[in-house]
Design a protein around this ligand. Structure first.
Ligand code: HQG
Length: 185
């Protein structure tokens, strides 16, 4: 079976459309694994998947998108569901990074980094990860450096996603700087 495909379906259910699977997320995004399995068993593709497959799906992935605790599972980031998922506010490293497309820059410079269709702005711990995120949208992405210390001092909250992904509220552009190519060499 394709764990990548399973991960996409589980992400869709837990981040974007739990009601299509008759799932209800709690305020931190957790759902019952039994309920998720039950819903997946109704499809031809995932008729026979088990708890252990969900574990394998998480272990096999390069990105830590989901986590299991006891009999519950949740997506760690990426949500767009109408109900706000409560994330744990935390103190991030002094600098975080965001990889994005060149053509978004004028708008970002004007209104800052905004969550767009998701609940939070997504940031990366390191430049390499930010570059991979940006490459989803632009072959040669720009990397923004976020001054988290000053942003926090002026009221922007940051939250834990996983070890590499941080979440944040809207970040005003005065706390962003475009990383110049020579900075990465
Ligand atoms: C841009 C993937 C115009 C922003 C990734 C981004 C990540 C603006 C896009 C995770 C803007 C939103 C999230 C503004 C922000 N004007 N454009 N004011 N503010 N944007 O996909 O951060 O594989 O929702 O730069 O790896 O790219 O799904 O967010 O380009 O971790 O697990 O609006 O999703 O993870 O795009 O990616 P997205 P993202 P998974």
């Amino acid at each position: 079976m394709s764990y990548t495909k399973l991960s996409k379906e589980v992400s869709y259910a837990l981040r974007h459309a739990p009601w299509e699977y008759e799932l209800e997320l709690d305020k931190n995004g957790w759902v019952s694994i039994d309920q998720l399995l039950q819903a997946l068993h109704q499809t031809t593709e995932w008729k026979y998947i088990e708890f252990s497959d969900l574990k394998m799906m998480i272990d096999n992935s390069e990105k830590k998108r989901h986590e299991i605790e006891g009999s519950s599972i949740r997506a760690l980031y990426g949500h767009s569901v109408p109900m706000q998922i409560v994330k744990e506010a935390a103190i991030p490293p002094k600098f975080l990074y965001h990889g994005t497309a060149h053509n978004f820059l004028p708008s970002i410079e004007k209104s800052g980094l905004s969550p767009m269709s998701r609940q939070y702005v997504h940031l990366s711990e390191d430049i390499e990860t930010a570059s991979l995120v940006g490459k989803r949208k632009d072959r040669n992405p720009i990397i923004l450096v976020i001054d988290t210390e000053n942003a926090r001092a002026k009221g922007t909250n940051f939250y834990l996603g996983n070890e590499k992904v941080w979440l944040a509220d809207n970040i005003p552009s005065k706390f962003l700087e475009v990383l110049k190519n020579e900075d990465t060499l």
